[in-house]
Design a protein around this ligand. Structure first.
Ligand code: NCD
Length: 325
């Protein structure tokens, strides 16, 4: 929507805004979104179709593989009676294969639709797309190692459902802090609230980069970097496990060296989890959570965390299009 950085803060009004980073949100904005998410939960449960987005078209253009985020956005739009234009892998299946620039692609699809949802392998591309778009909002569905704001919003909603608060929390984030965009957005989100402590469990090579660490040090959040399960505190509010981001490594050898160093399994759960600790994962998992945990009632990653993704995206799209207040 070609806004300057300052205009992007939500400040209680979602209408017409690009959704690019958790930095745009204050706790009050997150509360508004959560209230609407509860409404969407009811709408999705209703057999009667909703027509909140009737006549609206949302373009999903994903330059990187995705099934759940893509599916979740598509389902969200359809639950509200809207339609989608879906372009997966534009490098092979669109004019991008003929050399079209991002600017032209965005200018074309803004003529057809009311929102463009974009995923791209390069950090900063969602912002670029927003600069190119003149008339419609852009939603970032993951930009390389940058951010994944809608994932963080659904993760915050899932935590809130269980703890009824987003302050005074202790959480463990495990896996790839360097390349994981979901953790980058989640830390930003939790840093808006008071007295949150996050233990970042990762191999030393996959710690946050310097720029992120400096940025978070200036915020309210307390981050403790650890590289052994021994240092996980008992009874944390949530555990958020992530995949080591294979596609960001220069060599297979480097990836093999650090992959799956920390596995969430029943031994670790017995030693460190509390009866109310929830186990989260943005998915896909590739071995870092043992399947023996799946039936544990504290595991939300294949349950509410997935469903909440659709509800949060329904609420966000309806708010951005000004269809609900
Ligand atoms: C995440 C992503 O793409 O960043 N997945 C998702 O959106 N559900 C996490 C990942 O790929 O590891």
């Amino acid at each position: 929507m070609a806004l300057t950085a300052n205009d992007q803060t939500i400040k209680g009004n979602f209408k017409g805004k690009d959704i690019l980073s958790l930095d745009q949100f204050a706790p009050g904005d997150i509360s508004i979104l959560f209230k609407k998410t509860l409404l969407m939960k009811k709408i999705a449960a209703n057999a009667k179709p909703s027509d909140i987005l009737k006549g609206n078209i949302v373009t999903l253009i994903f330059y990187e593989p995705s099934s759940r985020t893509f599916g979740s956005f598509g389902a969200a739009v359809k639950q509200l009676g809207g339609s989608t234009i879906e372009i997966l892998d534009p490098k092979s299946f669109s004019s991008v294969s003929k050399g079209e620039t991002l600017e032209d692609t965005i200018r074309v699809f803004e003529a057809y639709s009311d929102i463009v949802v974009i995923r791209h392998p390069k950090a900063g591309t969602a912002q670029k797309a927003a600069d190119f778009a003149n008339f419609i909002p852009i939603i970032n569905a993951g930009d390389g190692i940058g951010e994944h704001p809608t994932q963080a919003l659904l993760d915050l909603f899932t935590i809130f459902e269980h703890t009824k608060r987003l302050d005074r929390l202790t959480g463990i984030l495990a896996g790839d802090m360097l390349n994981g965009r979901t953790v980058h957005s989640l830390i930003r989100g939790l840093s808006k609230y008071k007295n949150n402590t996050l233990y970042l469990l990762s191999p030393k090579e996959l710690r946050l980069d310097k720029a992120d660490r400096t940025l978070f040090q200036k915020s309210k959040i307390k981050l403790i970097e650890i590289d052994s399960e021994k240092n996980i505190p008992k009874n944390a509010d949530f555990w958020y496990w992530t995949r080591v981001q294979k596609e960001r490594f220069k060599s297979k050898k480097q990836y093999e060296k650090v992959k799956n160093r920390f596995i969430l399994n029943s031994k670790l759960v017995k030693e460190k989890a509390g009866k109310n600790t929830i186990f989260m994962h943005p998915l896909p998992r590739v071995g870092e959570i043992s399947t023996e945990i799946d039936e544990d009632p504290r595991a939300v990653y294949l349950r509410s965390e997935v469903r909440n993704g659709m509800y949060v995206r329904m609420a966000l799209i309806a708010l951005v299009l000004g269809k609900i207040k």
